[in-house]
Design a binder for this molecule. Structure first.
Ligand code: HEM
Length: 356
C-alpha cells in the first residue's frame, strides 16, 4: 500500500507541467476559459468608461491561455490520446476551436486579419468562441474518473504561484503588444480601450452600416414616418431645427469605431416627466433598449451628420447617439421614446429577440 502511494506520488510529480499536476493545469485552463467568455461579454455590456477594464482582463487572460498550450499538449493531451477513447477527437476539435479563437483574436487586435467584407474577423472570433461553449461543458463533464475532477486540495500555494506567473506572462505579452503598436505607429495602434479599430472617422459615407445580430433593416416611407415622444408626434423638421453638432465615437461590438459630427438633440430637452425611472426607446423594427432617466442629458436623438441627413443604413431619419455606450445602444430608425417606471436592470443585458 505504501509502495503504491509512493508510485502515485512519483508519477504525478513526473507528470507535472510547470509545477502543476494535470488536474491543476486543467483547472487553470477552465478558469481562464470562463474568464474569457465573461470578460468578452462584459466588454459589450458595460458603459465605455468601464468596458476597457473588461477588454484588458480579456487580453491578459487570452495570452495566459496561450502560455498554457504547450503545457496542456505535453501533459493532459498526450495522456488523453494514449487512452484512445473515441471521444478524444471531439476533445481535439474543442482544442482546435479554442486555438483558432485565440489566433483570430490576436490577428484582429493587430489589424492583420479583418475578415472578408461583412464577414469580419471579430465576428468569426465571437462565433467560434460562443460555439465552443457546449464543447467546453461536455469536455469538463465527461472526465472519465472521479479522480480527474477538480478537488479543493488543487488550490494550493504552488498552483496559485504558477497561475500568477502565467497571468504575469499574459500581462507582459499584452503590454509588449500594446507598446509595439504605439512605437511602430501602425494602424493597429489606433485602437480604443475596447480593442476597436478606427474606421472612416468624419467620413460618414464610408462608415460601416451594421445591425444587431437578429435585427433587420426596415423599409422606411418618409411620407408616413411618425416619431412619438411621450405619446405626441414630433416633426422631423422641428427636430432638425433644434439639433446642434456633437463629435462622438460609435464603438461597434464588431471591433471598429468611428467618430462623426452628429447633429443631435439631448433626450433631456424633449422629455418632461422627471420622476420616471427610465426611458424606453423603440425602433421601427421593434428593437428597443431602456436608458436610465438620469442619463437623458448624455443620450441624444440624431437626425444627421455634418448638416446632412443620415443614410438609411445608419438609421435615417432618426437614430440614437449614446456616446458612453457600445453599438447595441445606438438604436436606429427610432419611432418611439417613452418614459417608463421600469428600472434599467429589468432588461436583457444585451438585446434579445425583437418585440414587434
Ligand atoms: C474561447 C473564448 C475566447 C478566447 C480564447 C478569446 C481570446 C482572445 C484573444 C487572445 C484576443 C486578443 C487579445 C489581444 O491581442 O490584445 C481577444 C480579443 C478580443 N476578444 Fe476574445 N476570446 C474569446 C471569446 C470572446 C468573446 C465571447 C467575446 C465577446 C463576446 C470576445 C471579445 C473580444 C474582443 C472585443 C477582443 C478585442 C480586444 C483587443 O483588440 O484588445 N472574445 N480574444
Amino acid at each position: 500500500m505504501e509502495t503504491q502511494s509512493r508510485i502515485v506520488a512519483l508519477t504525478s510529480r513526473r507528470n507535472r507541467q510547470f509545477g502543476l499536476t494535470a488536474r491543476q493545469l486543467n483547472l487553470v485552463i477552465e478558469v481562464l476559459f470562463i474568464t474569457l467568455i465573461a470578460t468578452g461579454l462584459l466588454s459589450w455590456i458595460l458603459s465605455l468608461n468601464l468596458a476597457w477594464i473588461a477588454t484588458t482582463v480579456h487580453s491578459i487572460a487570452g495570452f495566459a491561455l496561450f502560455a498554457t498550450v504547450p503545457l496542456k499538449v505535453r501533459g493532459p493531451v498526450r495522456t488523453g490520446f494514449r487512452r484512445r477513447r473515441t471521444s478524444r477527437w471531439l476533445s481535439a476539435i474543442f482544442g482546435v476551436m479554442v486555438l483558432a479563437v485565440l489566433v483570430i483574436g490576436v490577428l484582429h487586435a493587430n489589424a492583420i486579419w479583418w475578415g472578408y467584407g461583412y464577414w469580419t474577423g471579430m465576428w468569426t472570433h465571437l462565433l467560434v468562441g460562443f460555439s465552443s461553449i457546449p464543447l467546453f461543458l461536455w469536455h469538463v463533464a465527461s472526465r472519465p474518473a472521479k479522480s480527474a475532477r477538480p478537488k479543493r486540495v488543487d488550490v494550493d500555494r504552488r498552483s496559485l504561484l504558477t497561475t500568477s506567473a502565467l497571468l504575469a506572462a499574459g500581462a507582459g505579452a499584452w503590454g509588449t503588444q500594446e507598446l509595439a503598436q504605439k512605437v511602430v505607429g501602425a494602424e493597429a495602434g489606433n485602437r480604443a480601450g475596447t480593442g476597436s479599430h478606427e474606421i472612416a472617422s468624419f467620413d460618414p459615407d464610408n462608415m460601416p452600416r451594421m445591425i444587431w445580430i437578429n435585427d433587420k433593416r426596415p423599409k422606411i416611407d418618409f411620407a408616413t414616418w411618425d416619431l412619438r415622444i411621450e405619446g405626441r408626434s414630433v416633426a422631423l423638421d422641428d427636430l432638425t431645427a433644434m439639433s446642434t453638432p456633437l463629435a462622438a465615437w460609435l464603438d461597434c461590438t464588431d471591433g471598429w469605431r468611428s467618430q462623426q459630427n452628429w447633429d443631435v438633440v439631448p433626450l433631456a430637452d424633449l422629455l418632461s416627466g422627471a420622476s420616471a425611472r427610465s426611458i424606453m426607446v423603440t425602433s421601427a423594427t421593434g428593437y428597443r433598449r431602456l436608458f436610465s432617466r438620469s442619463d437623458a442629458d448624455g443620450v441624444y436623438l440624431c437626425v444627421g451628420y455634418d448638416g446632412k441627413p443620415l443614410h438609411g443604413g445608419h438609421g435615417a431619419p432618426v437614430r440614437i447617439v449614446a456616446p458612453n455606450r457600445r453599438g447595441p445602444w445606438w438604436i436606429k430608425w427610432v419611432t418611439e421614446v417613452e418614459l417608463s417606471d421600469r428600472p434599467v436592470w429589468m432588461q436583457l443585458p444585451l438585446p434579445g429577440p425583437t418585440l414587434t
